[in-house]
Design a protein around this ligand. Structure first.
Ligand SMILES: [Fe+2]
Ligand SMILES: [Fe+2]
Length: 143
């Protein structure tokens, strides 16, 4: 069983946003698998940490790219969407600090396990209308 399935989130009108979400869900599920293994036998910490770094880097690029698209197409609710990203990143940073500075990898594992709820809500209620707007603007641009 995966932590999150691509089918749980809306399919977006902007292809690059959709692809980013699918790639990120794959990474999240890889983190989940490694974390579960780590919690059972404590043997694969470096592999888990490398995957966590990869996942977090992906989240940052993902958010920055959505923000770039929103600015490019003058999305009216940019501030609201950007604030939602920033709040999530603040929580990520706190968990990363606990992990990297205090060696508490359990904090980031807990954060990962709780994150699907936010991810599904964000994609379905914030990214979906954003992508709809951006796709309309992209279509107008082509005319
Ligand atoms: Fe997104
Ligand atoms: Fe977003």
């Amino acid at each position: 069983m995966a932590l999150l399935y691509a089918e749980q989130v809306e399919y977006l009108d902007v292809e690059e946003m959709q692809e980013t979400h699918e790639d990120e869900i794959k990474l999240l599920n890889e983190v989940d698998k490694l974390a579960t293994k780590y919690l059972i036998n404590k043997s694969n910490l470096s592999e888990l940490e490398a995957k966590l770094d990869e996942y977090i880097a992906h989240v940052k690029v993902h958010f920055a790219n959505e923000e770039r698209l929103m600015r490019k197409y003058d999305f009216p609710s940019y501030d609201m969407h950007k604030t939602a990203h920033d709040m999530f990143l603040t929580d990520v940073s706190y968990a990363v600090k606990q992990w990297k500075e205090y060696g508490n990898v359990d904090k980031i594992i807990n954060f990962i396990y709780k994150s699907p709820e936010w991810i599904v809500l964000h994609i379905n209620t914030v990214d979906t209308p954003t992508a709809r707007y951006i796709a309309q603007q992209m279509a107008l641009e082509k005319e």
